[in-house]
Design a protein around this ligand. Structure first.
Ligand SMILES: Nc1ncnc2c1ncn2[C@@H]1O[C@H](COP(=O)(O)OP(=O)(O)OP(=O)(O)O)[C@@H](O)[C@H]1O
Ligand SMILES: N[C@@H](Cc1ccc(O)cc1)C(=O)O
Length: 662
C-alpha cells in the first residue's frame, strides 16, 4: 500500500478513537442514540448495548438491500435508506445492495402466494433503473450532507453493489460447505414458512433458501467491506436474524488456519448486528410497497416532483412531526421550531410543506422541490405563506423526543413503466444520432451524431452475434455507441422490445419499442420525427379552423412560414453533417399521418374560405339592409316630426283666435 494511504488510514483511525473517547465523555452524541431518538429502530438483531458500543468504537459498514422487482424504489424504501444515509454522514461505510440475483428467487417474506416470475426484459430494465436511481440518490445525499454541515472526510465510504457479483460465480458446494451447518429447525419456525405451509401451497426449496442467499450477501459484504450491520424494514427481521446465524456458521467453518488465527477468539464486538425500521403503512395498515400496489415511486417518470410533494403535504397532522424526523436531515431542534409554527396556524401546513420540500430535494433535486412548492402554492394555497428554507449550515445536538406511530394515506397508484416509447421504424431504420435525439438524450440529431463519434453514449445489453449469445438480464453491460449502420442498433434489443441507452454516467433512458401502428395510434411523436413540426402545426391549425378562432388567411400564412422554417432547418442539418465528416443523412419523408392531415386541412380550408366568402356577402347584405332600414326609420321620424309641428301650429293658431273672441 502506498505510504500516503497508510498515513491517511492511521490518521482516520486515530481520529475515530478520539471521537469514541469524546462520546464516552458525553462531549459528542452516539449515532445510535440519534437513530433511536428519531424513531428508526424497531427491532434489533443483537443487543442494543452491544450495537451502541460497536457504533461508538468501530467504523463499521452497514447495508440495505433492495430486490429490483419494480423499475423504481418507493417511499417505503426511503425509510431504511434514511438510516443508512445518517450512518454515511457520520463516517460509517454505507452500501446499497441491488438484489440482481435474489430477485430471481424472490423474497417469500409475508407472502402466502408465490411471486410471479419476472421476465428477462423487465428484469434488465428494473436492474438498470434502480442501479442509477441508487447512484443518483447517493449523489443527492452527498449534497444534503454538505447542506446540513456534515463535512466529508477521506474515510467516508459508500457504494452500490449488485449481488450478481458473487452469485454469478459461486459454486453451490462452497455455500453448502461453509453455511451448511446451519440448523433448519430455527428457519422452519419463521412465520412466513409456517404460514405458507399451513395456509399457502407449501414452501419451495428456492423460497426456503432465500434467507440463506441474503445471509450470504451479508457475509460477502462483511468480508469485502467490513459491513457488520444490516438494516431493513421490519418485515426483514427474520432474514436479518438468519443472516447473523449464517455468518457465525461461516466463520466457524473457516478452513484456513491462518485466517482462523488472525480472527482469534470470538469477540462480541465482532458479531454481525442489525436492526429494522418501522414499516411505513397506508391508512389500512398495509405495508406500503410494490406488492400491495400502493407505492409512491421515487422515480420522477412514475411520480412527478409535484405529486411526490403533494403526497407529503397531504399527510395527516398527527404524523407530520414523526415524518420530519424520519424523512429529513433537519436537526430535532429545528423540527421543534417548525412544529411550534405549525401549532400557531395549523391551516398553513408549514410543517407539511417543509417535509415535502426536504423529501423532494433529497429524492429529485432542490430545484424540483422549489418548482413543486411554487406550483402547489399557485394551485392550492394562494394566500398562505410557504416557507422556502434557507440552506442549513450547522447541526445541533439531538434531544429526547417521544416517538409516535406513522400512518400514511395512499393517494397514488402508479404502474411501473419504461421511460419512453419509440416506434420500430426509428430503431430499425434510423441513425443512432437520431435515436439519441428521439430519446431525449441530446438536443438535436447532429448533436447525437457528435456524441456517437466521441463515444459519449452507451447502449445496454449484450451484443448478439446471431449465434445464440444471450444476456444475463440482471447484469446489464454497456457498450460505447459508435457511428454504426442503423441495422446494428436492433441487435441490442432485449426480448425484441426494450432498448437501454445511456449518456454520460447517469443519464439513462429505458425505451420500449412499439410498432409504428401502435405509436401512431397512441398519438405520440418524438423529437426529430420526420414531419413532426409540420404534423403539430397541421393539427393546431385544423383545431383553430374548426373552432373558428383563426381565419383561413391566417392559417395559410402560418403554414407557409412553418414550411420555410423546416426547409431552412433541413438545409442547416445537411451543411453541418457534411462539415462533421458527412455521415449518412436520411431524407425527410412525409408520414401517412401528415399526408392525411394535409388533405383534411386543404378540404377544411377551401370550405372555410367558401364559408368566409358567403359570410362576407351575407354580412354586406345585412349591412345594406340595416342602412336601408335606418333610412326608412329616419324618414318616418322626420315625417312624424313635421306632422307634430303642423298640429302644434294649428293648435296655437286656434288658441289665439279663441282668446281674441272673448
Ligand atoms: N413500506 C415500507 N416501510 C419500511 N421499509 C420498507 C417498506 N417497503 C420496503 N421496505 C424495506 O426496503 C427494503 C427493500 O424492500 P424490497 O425490495 O423487498 O421492496 P418491497 O416494496 O418490500 O417489495 P415487495 O412489495 O415486492 O415485497 C427492505 O428492507 C424492506 O423491508
Ligand atoms: N430481501 C429483501 C431485499 C434484500 C435482498 C438481498 C439482500 O442481501 C438484502 C436485502 C427484501 O425483499 O426486502
Amino acid at each position: 500500500m502506498p505510504q500516503k494511504s497508510v498515513a491517511k488510514q492511521i490518521l482516520a483511525r486515530s481520529s475515530w478513537e478520539r471521537r469514541a473517547e469524546e462520546i464516552l465523555q458525553g462531549k459528542r452524541y452516539n449515532l445510535w442514540d440519534l437513530l433511536e431518538e428519531r424513531g428508526f429502530v424497531k427491532d434489533t438483531a443483537g443487543s442494543r448495548d452491544i450495537i451502541r458500543e460497536i457504533l461508538r468504537t468501530r467504523r463499521i459498514g452497514a447495508y440495505v438491500g433492495v430486490d429490483p422487482t419494480a423499475p423504481s424504489m418507493h417511499v417505503g424504501h426511503l425509510l431504511p435508506l434514511m438510516a443508512l444515509f445518517w450512518m454515511y454522514m457520520h463516517g460509517y461505510g454505507a452500501y446499497t445492495l441491488l438484489g440482481g440475483s435474489t430477485v430471481k428467487i424472490g423474497d417469500p417474506t409475508d407472502r402466502i402466494k408465490d411471486r410471479d416470475p419476472i421476465d428477462k426484459a423487465d428484469l434488465a430494465m428494473n436492474v438498470t433503473k434502480i442501479h442509477y436511481q441508487m447512484k443518483n440518490l447517493w449523489l443527492n445525499v452527498e449534497e444534503q450532507a454538505r447542506r446540513f454541515g456534515y463535512e466529508k472526510e477521506w474515510a467516508w465510504k459508500r457504494g452500490v453493489v449488485n449481488n450478481n457479483a458473487w452469485w454469478n460465480k459461486m459454486p453451490m458446494l462452497e455455500v453448502l460447505k461453509r453455511a451448511g451447518s446451519l440448523r433448519v429447525a430455527e428457519m422452519m419456525t419463521r412465520d412466513t414458512v409456517k404460514r405458507k405451509m399451513t395456509e399457502g401451497n407449501g414452501v419451495s426449496f428456492a423460497e426456503f433458501s432465500y434467507p440463506i442467499l441474503q445471509g450470504w450477501d451479508w457475509w460477502e459484504l462483511l468480508r469485502q467491506r467490513q459491513v457488520q450491520m444490516q438494516i431493513g424494514g421490519s418485515d426483514q427481521y427474520g432474514n436479518i436474524v438468519t443472516g447473523v446465524d449464517i455468518i457465525k456458521a461461516i466463520i466457524d467453518s473457516e478452513p484456513d488456519p491462518a485466517e482462523r488465527k488472525r480472527r482469534g477468539p470470538r469477540n462480541l464486538l465482532d458479531d454481525p448486528v442489525g436492526f429494522t425500521v418501522p414499516l411505513l403503512t397506508d391508512s389500512s395498515g398495509a405495508k406500503f410497497g410494490k406488492s400491495a400496489g400502493n407505492a409512491v415511486w421515487l422515480d420522477k417518470f412514475l411520480t412527478s416532483s409535484f405529486d411526490l410533494y403533494g403526497y407529503f403535504v397531504r399527510r395527516p397532522d398527527a404524523d407530520v412531526e414523526q415524518l420530519l424526523k424520519l424523512f429529513t436531515f433537519l436537526p430535532l431542534s429545528e423540527i421543534a421550531d417548525i412544529m411550534a409554527k405549525q401549532a400557531e396556524d395549523p391551516g398553513k401546513r408549514v410543517a407539511h410543506h417543509r417535509l415535502a420540500y426536504e423529501v423532494v430535494t433529497l429524492v429529485h433535486s432542490e430545484k424540483d422541490a422549489k418548482d413543486a412548492q411554487q406550483q402547489h402554492q399557485m394551485m392550492y394555497n394562494k394566500d398562505s405563506t410557504v416557507v422556502i428554507p434557507p440552506p442549513t449550515q450547522t447541526t445541533t445536538a439531538e434531544t429526547d423526543v417521544p416517538v409516535t406511530p406513522v400512518s400514511a394515506v395512499i393517494t397514488h397508484q402508479n404502474a411501473p413503466k419504461p421511460d419512453i416509447k419509440l416506434p420500430r421504424s426509428l430503431i430499425f431504420g434510423k441513425s443512432i444520432g437520431r435515436i439519441l435525439y428521439a430519446a431525449g438524450l441530446c438536443e438535436s440529431a447532429t448533436a447525437g451524431h457528435r456524441i456517437a463519434v466521441q463515444k459519449g453514449a452507451y447502449i445496454g445489453g449484450v451484443y448478439s452475434d446471431g449465434h445464440g449469445s444471450s444476456m444475463n438480464a440482471a447484469q446489464v453491460t454497456w457498450t460505447p455507441i459508435k457511428l454504426w449502420f442503423p441495422q446494428e442498433t436492433q441487435r441490442y434489443l432485449i426480448d425484441d422490445r426494450l432498448l437501454l441507452l445511456r449518456r454520460g454516467k447517469h443519464n439513462v433512458r429505458i425505451i420500449e419499442v412499439v410498432s409504428d401502428e401502435e405509436y401512431a395510434w397512441l398519438g405520440l411523436t418524438y423529437p426529430g420525427q420526420p414531419g413532426t413540426g409540420r404534423l403539430r402545426v397541421l393539427r393546431e391549425m385544423l383545431k383553430a379552423l374548426k373552432s373558428g378562432k383563426t381565419k383561413p388567411d391566417e392559417v395559410k400564412r402560418i403554414l407557409a412560414e412553418e414550411e420555410e422554417k423546416e426547409k431552412k432547418e433541413e438545409e442547416e442539418e445537411r451543411k453541418k453533417a457534411s462539415r462533421n465528416g458527412g455521415f449518412i443523412l436520411f431524407p425527410k419523408e412525409k408520414s401517412p399521418e401528415v399526408t392525411s392531415l394535409e388533405k383534411q386541412l386543404k378540404k377544411l380550408l377551401s370550405r372555410a374560405e367558401k364559408e368566409a366568402k358567403d359570410q362576407e356577402a351575407k354580412d354586406q347584405e345585412d349591412k345594406d339592409q340595416e342602412a336601408e332600414d335606418q333610412e326608412d326609420k329616419d324618414q318616418e321620424d322626420k315625417d312624424k316630426e313635421d306632422k307634430d309641428k303642423e298640429d302644434k301650429d294649428k293648435e296655437d293658431k286656434n288658441k289665439e283666435e279663441g282668446e281674441a273672441s272673448f
